[in-house]
Design a protein around this ligand. Structure first.
Ligand code: ATP
Ligand code: MG
Length: 177
């Protein structure tokens, strides 16, 4: 019997969704598994993982498609641009999923892109349903649709209990980015 891959979802208002996905990546790369992370939405900021991907070559590939935060902070992109870059992210995700090159694919912030209607939920469902059997897919972002909950094998809610941001402590290098 082939070993079925898992559909894993990290959502919720607490910190740790992307870092949990990266934690699995680190673990998997130890066994020479190939991991690809595609970032939806985020894009124009600096993240440690951008540089880690170079150090973890050839097992870790990071693809940035987004245009940064949508509608908040310093978002100066029209919504059409966000929709376009999400469409591009989905296109890349489909290619990567069907490439059979990876053991695990991380779709970072895809849940949030669904919530914002930047991508169609049905398109994501179709993509998950047609994934190669052994492939693991990890989805992050603070939203959980009922259909994705039903499809997923592992769902964890990151629930904020304390966050340094509430005390006015800004995002830290190596912890938050
Ligand atoms: P991380 O990438 O650190 O694992 P995350 O994926 O759970 O965080 P995102 O929504 O992607 O959460 O947020 C990314 C950034 O926002 C991080 O710098 C993180 O510390 C910060 N953040 C996450 N949750 C909260 C929160 N509840 N309040 C304020 N900032 C938060
Ligand atoms: Mg995140």
């Amino acid at each position: 019997m082939t070993d079925s891959g898992l559909i894993i979802v990290y959502y919720g208002n607490g910190k740790g969704k992307t870092t949990a996905a990266l934690g699995i990546a680190l673990r998997a790369i130890g066994y020479d598994h190939n991991v690809c992370m595609i970032q939806f939405i985020k894009g124009e900021w600096d993240y440690g993982e951008l540089y880690s991907s170079n150090k973890l070559k050839p097992n870790f590939e990071l693809i940035v498609t987004g245009k940064g935060f949508v509608g908040i902070i310093d978002d100066d992109h029209p919504i059409d641009e966000h929709i376009q870059s999400s469409k591009n992210a989905i296109k890349i995700a489909k290619e990567k999923i069907s490439s059979n090159k990876y053991n695990t694919i991380i779709l970072d912030e895809i849940n949030y892109a669904i919530k914002l209607n930047l991508i169609a939920e049905n398109e994501v469902i179709g993509m998950l349903e047609s994934k190669p059997t052994e492939l693991n897919i990890i989805m992050t972002g603070n939203y959980l649709s009922k259909k994705i909950l039903d499809l997923a094998d592992l769902v964890t809610e990151m629930k904020e209990v304390k966050h340094p941001y509430k005390k006015g402590i800004r995002a830290k290098k190596g912890i938050d980015f």
